[in-house]
Design a protein around this ligand. Structure first.
Ligand code: HEC
Length: 227
């Protein structure tokens, strides 16, 4: 009898554990992706709207949980969301209720804007994922260009010819002093921008990325610091 009880416990524990891993799996945020203007993201778009409107202290925040609802996180919000089906999602009903006292957030707080409502609806249609995105960092950061962190990395492929005891053209790009010579006399930028005022580098048709060329320009303009 006692043994049976132990088996029962083990059985329950095993299933409990399975259930738990299943749950955590569902809640796991999807990996960050580059922001797609046609998609609505939970972390970027939905959570800020819901938390500004619905999680004021005394409402559906983590401590008050009015009506058992904690709308300060994904799991809580999913209790009133049917993924893929905004029409059947309670959240859509309450944020669009025409009675200002039944509507969420209730009067005197203003209703969510149509744009915010549309965003939430679109997010639900798109599957109500716990997703988030990062803005495309394609912008080239030429603010403060560092010799050690940026320039040496950009010039790595030049060292094949421009280092050692007899560097090509007598130009040694493996030391700051060597790079500064062609930086100061303008040849470095002329060569990599391939503006025709110097031999185009790297030779044989290659060209550095435009961001790298801009970084070199910025560093040369700053006086080729050894930073
Ligand atoms: C395959 C070998 C090779 C590679 C790689 C190479 N260079 Fe050169 N580079 C040369 C040679 C050879 C010369 C000398 C050309 C001459 O004087 O006729 C030269 C000349 C130069 C000059 C002087 C140009 C002039 O007209 O006075 C600069 C500046 C320069 N290279 C920079 C670079 C930079 C920056 C890179 C990397 C982005 C690079 N090179 C990659 C072979 C190379």
């Amino acid at each position: 009898m006692k043994r049976l009880f132990v088996y029962c416990l083990m059985f329950l524990a095993l299933f409990g554990l399975l259930g738990l891993t299943q749950c955590t799996k569902d809640k796991t945020p999807t990996p960050p992706e580059p922001c797609d203007p046609n998609k609505v993201y939970f972390q970027n778009d939905v959570l800020p709207i819901v938390s500004s409107g619905c999680t004021k202290s005394g409402c559906h925040d983590a401590t008050s949980k009015v009506e058992g609802l904690n709308l300060s996180n994904y799991e809580g919000i999913m209790k009133i969301v049917k993924p893929g089906n905004p029409g059947n999602s309670e959240i859509m009903e309450v944020i669009t209720d025409s009675d200002p006292n039944k509507r969420m957030p209730p009067a005197p707080a203003p209703a969510l804007s149509q744009e915010q409502i549309d965003k939430i609806s679109k997010w639900i249609s798109q599957g109500a994922l716990n997703n988030y995105c990062v803005a495309d960092t394609g912008a080239c950061a030429t603010g403060t260009v560092s010799y050690s962190k940026d320039i040496t990395v950009i010039l790595t492929n030049c060292l094949l010819c421009h280092s050692g005891s007899s560097p090509s053209g007598g130009i040694n790009l493996s030391t700051h002093a060597g790079v500064k010579v062609v930086g100061d006399n303008g040849k470095l930028y002329d060569a990599v921008s391939q503006n025709g005022k110097a031999q185009a580098m790297p030779p044989s048709g290659g060209k550095l990325e435009s961001c790298d060329i801009s970084k070199i320009k910025s560093w040369v303009d700053a006086g080729c610091p050894n930073n």
